[in-house]
Design a protein around this ligand. Structure first.
Ligand code: BGC
Length: 754
């Protein structure tokens, strides 16, 4: 459809029909055709309104969506197709590691590939839009939704955001097997006070722009078709009514011309926020802010029409919103083919596509972070003198819920557990070392239960059963030379509405750990979690700790491959692991303070420190071990001075640059991958500058004994920031460049911008 035709269509639509385009409902409303079902009366909607809603969320299945689409289009006065949307976060039927784990791969292209697979699987079942990527910067491990983000760094988050959008959307969303991406949650949702869900956010404009906004802006630059508002207030204004954010920054400053959707019921929540006296005012405020789609409230549907008729809300606001929604439908090609890629064959497919499975298996170890290893890993596949048998003991040995709380569409039985992977390796003759398995306890404590978006879990075991489980585990641990303990938080203890003030491994699992440790201290902990946990005790007592997050469908295989050295863990932390919860929020790019303190230094009382804990997190951003060892040479610079551009002509004539290099050598006995990280510190600026900032990284694979020169270009662009007067640009002066294995590296050299 041409834009002229679209405008003509708009001109022909009734007011009610136009308002309908702004309404988004769940699939339940379309379960029984022609009937005013429960949800309709709950939301005070008429059959006619439901018949005119512009989009549906969370319904899937090609057969079902085709049925809904065709009967809907018959009733819709202009036969305008519906948009189908859902939360496809870390995969669809094939589930990949959670986004926070993906951040740890430091491999955005890998996530781009995951998004492409997810887009194909989702598109074939009839979906058009996913509510992903979530690019909220996260620094507080108490917040449940840190699992949905790629971490604490603006630069890294921006790269992941772009790669994932390209994966979902391809060159053009209308292409086969592609869907539209929705960047969320705009803006600052990742910084709720106290780490408590939906709580207010307090950020200075500078911090917002410097740290939080870049990843969202990267989403606009990558061509995301949609944005979602966040639940929080920012500067005491809820995002869903925040004109400055939505109109001034997102649309005018960044040029976003796609669809803006509210988060679930967020327009209605303007009343609870206390900024709208009634639903009419809420409708007015949200539409004025430029929110096009009202997800799951009747505020637009029931409270706009009169205001428009009486002239309080300009019809032009409505028309612009409708046009943006029609435009997305048009880009997806729905006017020509309203079913897009929906294909019933996919609904019926008995198995996950083989290629998707093997990709998931190969990708997961890139997201695993080896936090500690005193030489116990990798484990031998055949018995050795030191290791003649291994016991796998812990609740995650047999757990199928390993996909994270935002995986809604997979088949549980398709997930591979650790036990299944071990049995398979034994049957294939790959694993000849004797291995035994026992759960020891459940993931949840006795009688504990938890609701999720997808299902409900409860520890149904009796006390006697739990005692027997524990006794079995202890017996297995006693007999074995090494004990692998897969432990961790329940997946529904992470994600939306899952904030914690204690961020340890559940206490009943820690009790099991201590008992096992008393009989056999040769422990490898495999930790499942959706957030950085307080791992002090485990990391002190266990001989090795492998962080596997929620690894997805192929989790069991990937973990077994990694533990036995078939592949190596090559992730690096995208979010710091705090020493304890009292340190949160803790992140590497903090400012130095006027009285900086280095852990261990005897620098007196009145410095910036805790008296009962170090300043440094337990494991810093960028940290992670592998199965081999690398050394870095000193940093060398191609020059000591970078010339600053002074005029527009100079800016246009291409960038000056310095080159910073190191020589990386694999001094271990195995091939291995290192994530070489580049950080920059501005030594003096017109405002205080971060301790250091990630500006580049490269994943380098080297054979044992191999060396390689690794170089990074340093450009003026990398040195820019929001200066004292809030203009964005560079300032002359001295800088440190660091190249090393994590954010604590002191391997640096100094240069000047002048
Ligand atoms: C979440 C969003 C999600 C939406 C739709 C909300 O509760 O905050 O991230 O996309 O629900 O499921």
């Amino acid at each position: 459809m041409t834009s002229e035709q679209m405008k003509m269509l708009l001109a022909d639509m009734s007011l009610q029909e136009k308002i309908g385009q702004l309404l988004q409902l769940t699939g339940n409303f379309y379960a029984q055709e022609g009937l005013a079902t429960g949800p309709m009366s709950d939301m005070e909607l008429t059959r006619e309104q439901v018949d005119c809603a512009g989009s549906i969320l969370s319904a899937i299945g090609a057969k079902q969506l085709k049925r809904i689409q065709s009967s809907y289009m018959e009733r819709q006065p202009h036969h305008i197709p519906l948009l189908f949307m859902a939360d496809v976060i870390n995969g669809f039927r094939t589930v990949f590691p959670i986004p926070l784990a993906q951040g740890c791969s430091f491999d955005p292209a890998l996530s781009g590939e995951m998004a492409q697979v997810a887009a194909k699987e989702a598109a074939r079942t009839g979906l058009h839009v996913t509510f992903s990527p979530m690019v909220d910067l996260v620094r507080d491990a108490r917040w449940g939704r840190v699992m949905e983000s790629t971490g604490e760094d603006p630069y890294l988050n921006g790269l992941f955001c772009q790669a994932v959008i390209c994966g979902y959307q391809g060159e053009h969303v209308g292409e086969k097997d592609h869907i539209a991406a929705c960047v969320k949650h705009f803006a600052g949702y990742g910084a709720p006070m106290g780490g408590r869900e939906y709580n207010q956010v307090e950020l200075s404009e500078r911090t917002l722009r410097e740290d939080y906004l870049p990843a969202y802006q990267a989403g606009v630059e990558a061509g995301a078709e949609m944005f979602m508002t966040s639940f929080n207030t920012l500067g005491r204004v809820p995002s869903t009514a925040n004109r400055e954010l939505m109109q001034d920054i997102l649309r005018k400053e960044w040029g976003f011309d796609g669809v803006l959707i509210s988060d679930w019921a967020a327009i209605g929540e303007l009343l609870a926020h206390g900024i709208a006296a009634d639903k009419e005012e809420a409708a007015y405020l949200a539409l004025r802010a430029g929110v096009d789609i009202d997800m799951m409230t009747n505020v637009y549907a029931n409270h706009l029409e009169r205001q428009i008729r009486e002239g309080r809300v300009p019809e032009e606001w409505l028309d612009m919103a409708v046009l943006r929604i029609l435009n997305l439908k048009n880009k997806l090609g729905l006017f020509e083919n309203p079913y897009k890629d929906a294909d019933e064959v996919y609904d019926e497919m008995p198995d996950i596509e083989k290629a998707h499975r093997s990709f998931a298996r190969k990708a997961a170890p890139e997201t695993f972070v080896l936090l500690k290893n005193d030489g116990l890993l990798p484990l031998p596949e055949a018995p050795t003198e030191q290791v003649r048998s291994i016991a796998f003991v812990g609740p995650y040995v047999e757990e199928k819920r390993i996909c994270g709380s935002w995986s809604l569409f997979y088949k549980m039985e398709e997930n591979v557990t650790i036990r299944e992977a071990l049995e398979e390796a034994e049957a294939a003759g790959k694993l000849t070392i004797p291995v035994s398995c026992g759960k020891g306890c459940q993931v949840l404590d006795y009688g504990q239960e938890r609701d999720g978006f997808r299902d409900h879990t409860r520890n149904e075991s009796t006390r006697e059963e739990l005692e027997a489980m524990e006794a079995e585990a202890l017996a297995l641990a006693r007999k074995a030379d090494v004990v692998v303990m897969p432990l961790g938080e329940h997946h529904e203890y992470t994600g939306e509405g899952a904030c914690r003030t204690e961020i340890g491994i559940p206490e009943h699992q820690m009790e099991l750990f201590r008992k096992i440790h008393a009989v056999n201290p040769n422990i490898v902990v495999v930790n499942f979690s959706g957030r950085p946990l307080d791992l002090r005790e485990v990391s002190r007592k266990a001989r090795a700790v492998l962080q596997v997050w929620f690894p997805g469908t192929e989790g069991g295989h990937a973990i077994v491959d990694t533990l036995f050295g078939e592949t190596e863990p090559s992730g690096r932390l995208a979010m710091s692991f705090p020493y304890n919860v009292g340190q949160t929020p803790v992140y590497y790019s903090e400012l130095s303070t006027g009285r900086p303190h280095v852990d261990g230094a005897a620098d007196g009382r009145c410095v910036s420190r805790y008296i009962d804990a170090p300043n440094k997190p337990l494991y810093s951003f960028g940290y992670g071990l592998g199965y081999t060892e690398f050394t870095y040479s000193y940093v060398t610079l191609s020059g000591a001075v970078l010339a600053r551009r002074r005029t527009q002509e100079e800016s246009d004539s291409g960038e000056e640059q310095l080159t910073a290099s190191v020589t990386l050598t694999n001094i271990g006995g195995r091939p291995g991958t290192e994530v070489v990280q580049l950080y920059i510190r501005d030594l003096a600026g017109s405002v205080a500058r971060p301790r250091r900032e990630l500006k580049g990284f490269q994943r380098i694979r080297l054979a044992p004994g191999e060396s390689r020169k690794v170089s990074f270009a340093i450009t003026e662009e990398m040195l820019c920031f929001y200066r004292a007067d809030m203009t964005y640009g560079s300032e002359p002066g001295s800088f440190m460049v660091y190249i090393g294995e994590d954010s604590d590296t002191e391997n640096g050299a100094e240069f000047c911008l002048q």
